[in-house]
Design a protein around this ligand. Sequence first.
Ligand code: ARG
Length: 272
Amino acid sequence: MSRTSTPRRYLMCRPTHFEVTYEINPWMNSQVATDTALAVRQWETLRETYLAWGHTVELIEPAPGLPDMVYAANGATVVDGLVYSARFRHPERQPEGPLYQKWFADAGFVTQTAAEVNEGEGDMLVMGDVILAGTGFRTEPAAHRELAEFTGREVVTLELVNPRFYHLDTALAVLDEDPAHPMIAYHPDAFSPASQAELARRYPDGIRVSAEDAAHLGLNAVSDGRRVVVAPQATGFAEQLRAAGFEPHPVDTSELLKGGGGAKCCTLEVRA
Ligand code: ARG
């Protein structure tokens, strides 16, 4: 199977103010020290990887007091140039929604202010014609419906059941959107039985990732259709990727894992 990369446009936020000062997911422990300089170096490597592959990376200014702003994927959902704003569940992150929305408005995008709680591309993943959408911990099913109305796309609701996989992008990665050979990877146990059945029905060949690889947030991966940025510890997943025709590229984001995020969390795809 041969896979094809396509040029991507990403929005990222440098972790200048990264630290763990509150706990809103099981990965976060405010007693554990964070090394902001290391987080910045790891993030720079991620950004340079995208640039070396010819992708466009735009930057939003990090705001003091918003340590999670580095997880740009949560900032909005962008489909066909339409921007559906994030509306965060936890008060600690709520100011991020308007900041990201303003960035897009200033850049000339049509934006819609969400009425329903949703955490952007952390829970909403475009997969070809449809949008796969997580719920259970952060994003409300009502937001899935709001997004479907706004974009005119079919939105498939998937229920997350394990608090360590609180966003869809911690449990599922979109690898190839080509309708001729679509491919996703996911950790089945992160989903309710009904959602597991839905995924198996839609993507019978989908890569099933082990608990061990998922525990390193291996599924928080970024694919450009062929090349896949993946956590270096997720070695089993890397092999599965190779067998399916992808090129895994390990990028270490261990410092950002202290906040409960990896490469995909730091990457918001701007789909014009
Ligand atoms: N500390 C952040 C939170 O709990 C991490 C967000 C990770 N982002 C993601 N797209 N999964 O909200």
